[in-house]
Design a protein around this ligand. Structure first.
Ligand code: C2O
Length: 581
């Protein structure tokens, strides 16, 4: 063995072979409990998983294919599956967020998700969208160009020799559904993850005495080949810095949208985001660590898990000639946890690869919104039965703290035109009070909110929406990864401070030429972002912070997009096996 780390259990990724052309890609997801070893503690823990593995199965499709996924819930919990980043044009009932588009699939029940992956290519993923279950219920969803789409494999960059999925996650030595409910009922946020993971494994730097085996992912490479890394941040609450020692990357896509090639030695990735990066195996043959550590945007910073998780990149063919059994893998230098400069540099350097087939930025705006995003203090809710301090942290958008309805999904209420008691159409376009949003020394009174509610912003079919997302600093400065269901949006500008207050010289210029297209934007800590999208898909589309701890306490809202004028643009009826509450 050419590298000296001890690997009692390691996993070689299944090689990503190209699938036969298939108009229909069919999978069965059996959701059930699974026993897995704890990290740094003896014994096992019971988690929820799909088909007996964490991460769950990877779905591979080509643009234009139809996915049919039968979800069979053999777990004791309610579950739904969301196809993160899939437009779901014409299939809003398949989107998956619990109580927004569907009632959960109850224990012992099943539901079949049917939808096409059309008009988008790249790396997406799927995850449970009910409680914190997505910590272990998630997997990659890879959409390759359709066959015959241009030269090679149809990529707008040099065809890689191989592709490798790199799923980043967070791991708890416990059942996250239970941990979350405990935390919420006491009015606290859930404790930090016990480990970060790469393809489900923490790596070899968790040097704990009880540890009986090292579980580390291994990526085998051949000298001078080029690899397409499909990097997904499936962590619940943590953004990551990602590096491979001795190697650099060319970013070619983010959130399944092609970018201008961007050269970097570090990838920064917030929860919910994906990055496709080419990596040439051009280092001297040997072993190199792939490593992730957390990007802690919060200031003041709460306690966080400062561990680094690892995988190994090993040159295989040249190994025999160069092997030195005493040599450890080379380790990369990771940024400091609070290195906002590096994060901002990465996030703002991406621009779209402009292609004839690509949607261009809409220049005329129909609906303008200015939306504050952040945490605040409020009274304990009646459902927080063990909340004793009578004050708890809530999260809001324009001072509205979101809560999911309980009796029927919002989409069903929209379809039947029975919103009463389910949602109201008064999500505000502006915050109720204009204040110095990013000032950290404001009185807490400003942040008190009413009780959580279910408000939507109703959009006319095809309306162009521009939204300024303005982070607040009432509890602290922090970057919120805001995710929009059902659409990609263009990121026209981002900056620090308060939007439009004139001190962000030059940054407020909107990029209307080649802005990056995303489904999740990490709004800069103590700053803002301007996004634009076209509401051309009728349905109920959630927009929320992809930090689960923030969504649970209200950091979300929902767009209700009305039907268009033709039968094809009208909201379709629910499928016959649609789950009931
Ligand atoms: Cu990836 Cu609403 O989530």
């Amino acid at each position: 063995m050419p590298c000296s780390w001890l690997t009692l259990v390691f996993a070689v990724l299944p090689s990503v072979a190209s699938v036969a052309q298939a108009a229909i890609v069919e999978h069965t997801f059996s959701v059930s409990t699974l026993s897995l070893p704890r990290v740094c503690q003896p014994g096992n823990v019971t988690v929820t998983a799909v088909n007996g593995r964490v991460p769950g199965p990877e779905i591979e499709a080509r643009e234009g294919d139809t996915l049919v996924v039968h979800v069979i819930n053999d777990s004791p919990y309610n579950v739904t599956v969301h196809w993160h980043g899939v437009f779901q044009r014409g299939t809003p009932w398949a989107d998956g967020p619990a109580m927004v588009t569907q009632c959960p699939i109850r224990a012992g029940h099943r539901y079949t998700y049917r939808f096409a992956v059309a008009g988008q290519e790249g790396t997406l993923w799927w995850h449970a969208h009910s409680s914190f279950m997505r910590s272990t219920v998630h997997g990659a969803l890879v959409i390759r160009p359709r066959r015959g789409a241009g030269a090679g494999d149809g990529y707008p960059f040099r065809t890689p020799d191989e592709e490798k999925t790199v799923l980043l996650g967070e791991w708890w030595n416990g059942d996250t559904v239970v941990l979350e409910n405990q935390a919420f009922s006491t009015g606290k946020t859930m404790r930090n993850a016990d480990a970060y993971t790469i393809n489900g494994m923490p790596g070899d730097l968790y040097g704990c005495p009880e540890m009986t085996n090292i579980r580390i992912a291994k990526f085998e490479v051949s000298r001078d080949k080029t690899y397409l890394l499909r990097i997904i941040n499936a962590a619940l609450n943590t953004a990551f810095f990602f590096k491979v020692a001795g190697h650099t990357f060319t970013v070619v896509a983010a959130d399944a949208s092609y970018t201008e090639p961007y050269e970097t030695d570090v990838v920064v990735i917030a929860p919910g985001q994906t990055v496709d990066a080419l990596m040439a195996a051009d280092a001297s043959p040997g072993c190199y660590y792939m490593a992730i550590s957390s990007y802690q945007s919060a200031n003041p910073s709460p306690p966080f898990n400062g561990n680094t998780s690892t995988a190994v990149v090993e040159y295989i063919d040249a190994a025999a000639a160069t092997s030195d059994p005493s040599r450890s893998p080379v380790f990369p230098t990771l940024p400091e946890p609070n290195d906002t400069f590096t994060a901002h540099q990465f996030y703002t350097s991406l621009t779209a690869l402009v292609r004839p087939s690509r949607l261009t930025v809409p220049l005329a705006v129909d609906t303008r919104m200015f939306v504050t995003v952040g945490l605040g203090f409020s009274f304990c809710q009646p459902t927080q039965t063990q909340c004793t301090s009578n004050q708890t942290v809530v999260a809001t958008m324009n001072n509205v703290s979101f809560t999911f309805p309980t009796t029927v999904s919002m989409l069903e209420a929209q379809y039947r035109n029975t919103p009463d008691g389910v949602y109201t159409r008064d999500f505000p376009d502006q915050p109720p009070v204009v204040f110095d949003y990013t000032n950290t020394s404001l009185p807490q009174a400003l942040s008190s909110t009413g009780s959580p509610s279910t408000k939507v912003k109703t959009l006319r079919y095809n309306a162009t929406v521009e939204m300024v997302l303005q982070n607040t600093a009432l509890v602290g400065r922090e970057s919120h990864p805001m995710h929009l269901h059902g659409f990609n949006f263009f990121v026209l500008a981002q900056g620090f401070g308060n939007y439009d207050d004139g001190d962000a010289a030059g940054e407020e210029k909107l990029n209307l030429v080649n802005p990056q297209e995303r489904n999740t934007i990490a709004v800069p800590t103590g700053g803002w972002a301007v996004i634009r999208f076209v509401a051309d898909n009728p349905g109920m589309w959630a927009m929320h912070c992809h930090i689960d701890a923030h969504l649970r306490i209200g950091l979300g809202m929902v767009f209700e997009v009305e039907s268009g004028p033709t039968p094809e643009t009208a909201l379709p009826p629910p499928p016959p096996d649609f789950p009931q509450c």
